[in-house]
Design a protein. Structure first.
Length: 418
């Protein structure tokens, strides 16, 4: 073999030797055995239903994780992911108590190319609380917009009550159970099964509770209605000194729903009675609408407000010029003023039109025959006023009486001596 051919063989041999050397280096130096930690590996809880037999439940919203110490070749370590590991706690294997329970975990699955170094020290703290239940009414949150001239009755829900079961902290958050939907231009009955949702005070759905029934059958009757007049019925009498001005209804008509043959026979409805004896001032009174048998009333129209307006007795003072009658010859009766104050009582809407021209006053002095000072009320009569008016008070007038002495009557001048 000549020198040239020998040189051709040397190059491949050197390449092979270099490759072997590189493989040995990577295997023993770069791909050496090492340990690393993988955090936030989720822990799965299985057989959670076994807690119910002890009337216990998991506290909601618990996030359970462990950190694994993993050992293996560098290449294998670099390839693993969190999803390659499955960690569990089997709740059926332990006795539980209310409060915090520190429980070991089980590693169910992991890559065979690595080993886990901390299996004996892996635990999680699981919070347990009492399982409770409460019965709640299912209400309708179905928003129905009927077609013009049609009316939707209240929803009939079956079952009407459902048990809410779960951890005490979760069940206590549930404030109502609802079925929800939105219906537009409705002109026929609505029938269907709806999911029951457990909501809190803010209207958000509460997870982690169990409902004894997941759905409810809802039937909502839609019918064409009829508008009829509302009459306000009154009983009793108003207290003395009060007159009824008006009774107005907040709603002149209501919409009745039901079979056409019954609706055709109804043109008006009455309210429950308004007792006038309880009215002493202007007042708003809520009255129920008496719905004929076989019919219902449109939702929100079950009550009307009777606005009762009354007129009270008031008084008004007049200064009246009076005349004098019964004057006796020889006796001079002089009043201290020529007008008298008269107070008249009447209803405020009527007394405003009364003037002093409606009041006549006469002072009769026929009883005054001797000297002196006297007080007397004039006789007052009301002119052109009805029986609703009365005289409340009359001012007394001071009258000075002086008996005249005739000339030549010496006995009167000398006190009657001879």
């Amino acid at each position: 073999m000549d020198k040239k051919e020998k040189n051709k063989l040397v190059v491949p041999i050197i390449c092979i030797l270099l490759s072997i050397g590189l493989w040995v280096y990577v295997t023993n130096v770069e791909n050496k055995i090492r340990t690393t930690e993988i955090s936030k590996i989720p822990v799965e809880l299985v057989n959670t239903d076994t807690l119910a037999s002890s009337k216990l439940a998991l506290t909601p919203n618990q996030q359970l994780y462990v950190t694994l110490k993993v050992e293996g070749n560098t290449n294998d370590i670099n390839k693993i992911k969190k999803s390659d590991f499955k960690v569990q706690v089997d709740l059926s294997e332990y006795a539980w108590k209310k409060g915090e329970n520190k429980i070991p975990v089980s590693i169910i699955d992991y890559p065979i190319t690595v080993s886990i170094r901390n299996t004996n020290t892996l635990t999680v703290s699981i919070k347990i609380e009492d399982m409770v239940e409460k019965v709640m009414t299912v209400t309708s949150n179905i928003n129905v917009t009927p077609r013009q001239g049609y009316f939707a009755s209240e929803a009939n829900i079956n079952p009407s009550e459902v048990k809410v079961i779960g951890a005490e902290s979760a069940v206590s958050r549930v404030s109502r159970l609802v079925v929800t939907d939105n219906k537009e231009d409705v002109f026929e009955d609505i029938v269907g099964n709806y999911e029951i949702k457990a909501l809190d005070d803010g209207g958000s759905e509460v997870p982690d509770v169990f409902l004894s029934e997941k759905t409810a059958n809802v039937e909502l009757k839609v019918s064409k209605g009829k508008s009829v007049k509302v009459n306000i019925v009154t009983i009793g009498q108003l207290p003395s000194g009060i007159k009824l001005k008006s009774v107005d209804s907040s709603r002149k008509t209501v919409e009745l729903l039901g079979p056409k043959d019954i609706l055709d026979s109804i043109n008006e409805v009455n309210t429950t009675p308004l007792d006038l004896s309880t009215i002493s001032e202007n007042k708003d009174v809520s009255l129920g609408v008496v719905v004929p048998e076989g019919l219902t009333i449109s939702q929100g129209e079950e009550y009307v407000t009777a606005k009762v307006n009354v007129i009270k007795l008031v008084t008004k003072e007049f200064s009246v010029k009076y005349s004098i009658s019964g004057i006796i010859q020889g006796v001079k009766a002089t009043p201290n003023k020529d007008t008298v104050k008269v107070i008249i009582s009447g209803y405020e809407d009527e007394i405003v039109n009364v003037t002093s021209d409606n009041v006549r006053a006469v002072m009769d002095v026929s009883s005054f025959k001797e000297d002196g000072t006297f007080e007397q009320e004039p006789k007052v009569t009301l002119q052109g006023l009805n029986e609703n008016f009365s005289i409340s008070s009359i001012e007394k007038i001071t009258i000075t009486v002086i008996k005249d002495v005739a000339q030549g009557d010496s006995s009167a001048v000398n006190g009657g001596s001879n």
